[in-house]
Design a protein around this ligand. Structure first.
Ligand code: PGA
Length: 261
């Protein structure tokens, strides 16, 4: 089989952090010492700073994205934001189904599925977040949860629309806990996730789709996680808030996969 090319994609997820002033200062600092290489780097930022950061990063390869969106294109949905609005101001990607959205705002797989459909329709790259809780992990239900969230999330979406899809595997017990999954545990889950993608989509697409790991990634564990064959990138929460630690992870670059054709 041909050696497949999967770029590394590192995304910082700021969650509900950073004012416009803080966001600008961060990006200015990041771009001062930003060396384009085969790793793609993005920031999932609060809605209020998307547009100014898109302006600020013009001409660079740093990608700006959103952390959520609604599934409808417009309407009476107070407090919500539509995909095409994000696209209009220059967002490149959107996180969907993050565990904090599932947990605190009761987002279910069917809703997330509709959001993914809308995201691809408006030309936003969807990052589908999946992962099991501590209890599910202890009950050895990791694979069941991954399979359900991937299957339901991607239901009835034509394969050709999912060429840009990214999956982020984030075990909930590892998020913000300071205890990331070991590279072995993460690799096993990623490998399983790819098998599900092969079943749900196609083997070819499954080999192309970037699967990120998220959950207490820091400069000390990033490299070892990225060295796993099925870990193609990172979704970084806490460690993306500090310019120093994010820069350390991003600039500690290396080439993981040899591209052939
Ligand atoms: P964390 O968050 O890196 O702070 O664990 C990751 C995430 O929730 O995306």
């Amino acid at each position: 089989m041909e050696t497949l090319s999967r770029p590394s994609v590192i995304i910082g997820n700021w969650k509900m952090h950073k004012t416009l002033l803080e966001a600008r200062a961060f990006v200015e600092g990041l771009l001062k010492n930003f060396h384009p290489n085969e790793t793609k780097v993005g920031l999932a930022v609060p809605f209020t700073v998307i547009y100014p950061l898109v302006e600020e990063t013009k001409g660079s390869s740093l990608l700006i994205g959103a952390q959520n969106m609604n599934d409808a294109s417009e309407g009476a949905f107070t407090g919500e934001i539509a995909g095409h609005m994000l696209k209009e101001v220059g967002a490149h990607f959107v996180l969907l189904g993050h565990s904090e959205r599932r947990r605190f705002y009761h987002e279910e797989d069917a809703f997330i599925n509709r959001k993914i459909k809308r995201a691809v329709e408006v030309g936003l790259q969807p990052v589908l977040c999946v992962g099991e809780t501590q209890a599910e992990y202890e009950a050895q239900q990791t694979q069941e949860v991954i399979e359900r969230q991937v299957r339901e999330g991607l239901k009835d979406i034509p394969h050709e629309q999912l060429q840009q899809l990214i999956i982020a595997y984030e075990p909930i017990w590892a998020i913000g806990s300071g205890h990331s999954a070991t590279p072995e545990i993460a690799q096993e889950a990623h490998h399983f996730c790819r098998q599900v993608l092969a079943k749900v989509l196609s083997e070819e697409l499954a080999q192309r789709i970037v699967i990120q790991y998220g959950g207490s990634v820091n400069p000390a564990n990033a490299r070892e996680l990225l060295a796993q064959p099925d870990i193609d990138g990172l979704l970084i929460g806490g460690a993306s808030l500090s310019l120093e630690t994010f820069q350390q992870i991003v600039n500690d670059r290396y080439s993981k996969i040899q591209f052939e054709g």
